[in-house]
Design a protein around this ligand. Sequence first.
Ligand code: ARG
Length: 468
Amino acid sequence: MGENTGESQKMWGGRFAARPGDIMEAINASIDVDRRMAEEDVAGSRAHADMLVEMEIISEEDHEAIQAGLDAVLGEIRDGSFPYNRSLEDIHMNIEARLKELAGPAAGRLHTARSRNDQVVTDFRLWTRGAIDEADNAITDLLKALATRAAEHSGTIMPGFTHLQTAQPVTLGHHLLAYCEMLNRDRRRLSAAAIHLNECPLGAAALAGTGFPIDRDMTSEALGFDRPMANSLDAVSARDFALETLAALSISATHLSRLAEEVVLWTSAQFGFASLSDAWSTGSSIMPQKRNPDAAELIRGKAALITANFTALQGAVKALPLAYAKDLQDDKQLTFAAFDTFDLCVRSMTGMIETITFHPDAMREAASKGFSTATDLADFLVRELDLPFREAHHVTGALVAKAENEGCDLSELSLEVLQAAEPRLTEAVFEVLTVEKSAASRTSYGGTAPERVSEQAAQWKQRLGLEA
Ligand code: ARG
């Protein structure tokens, strides 16, 4: 592959006297990328040929030769023997050229009422539809891992943070289920993109439609699209389906990156909340004590690459006049890369979450630091002593300062000290000052109380087809 035989000229070179130079061919060829759409291209050609014969645009004989040839081409693609040739530019011309070798002159009739402009974007929509399905499966596996671990840890106390400062005790299960919510919205965004992209550009031809009596409903239906696209200019030039898909992937990668960052923090010696399994840790060549969370860091970094794929395509489409222009050829490279990166990231995260060991004692201890039950004390003053919340906030603040001075937790202050700040306080207040009581009290819908979290975890497991 790659030898400059000028073969693409056989396809379009009727009016050319000289073949393209090597560098022209190098910048022009997309076969190394778009060969991934080989099967989609064959499917599109099959549907097109079936329609052409049905509409009596080609003969039965030619149709049979074309379909038999496409069978052979598909066989070669699948067994790896297909002779990809860079001088044939792209997958469409590669397949058509091979079809001609296998099926003879009938192959030349396949491109009737079709252009590479509608062909390429038909293939690309089909490919993206399949890739969204795979991404959805991969995210679902991660959801299963998260829901399973969340159910195990519905009562495990950890510090909840705002500003990365200890805020209030939460449960680990609650924290993990937050990612289930995010990632499930990502699935919905992706499936919305799959619905929006599911219209068929085939038959738009180069840009203006065709004078042949084609049946666009027939090809659309054969390829599993919901309907043919209504405007031929739009059909060949629209790439918002890819942008929408990449935007959804980019958002999901952003979610993975946030979780990855938490894994990095949690597995540090300073946090000590969790340890990655050996399979998901790497060592240092100089520091023998190190267990590095490389996969988590890579997910964090690669999320930016996926966002870059999105912005690069948006840049290519922005200010591009209708209809097709060759700038659009790189849409596939960007989209394939985004899906490949995303798949690696989701699967790595799933592996890490499935095998990570959490350290509930360290989490509980961290949750008890930083006066995480101060809000509970303030709420107690409001509820039991009818203080206005602002005043309760003030009294609690004074007690926090006191505890800070004495180097102890709020629950370790003596009743005398508490009563010095608010004389009506009684022993009962100690009931709300432990982290367990604090978390258990947050029973509002969506709250962190273990009973709520185990309900939610059970619901997730059920929705995901796991045994609750
Ligand atoms: N390889 C091209 C692409 O991926 C196919 C369409 C080419 N069309 C054209 N008029 N040159 O966009």
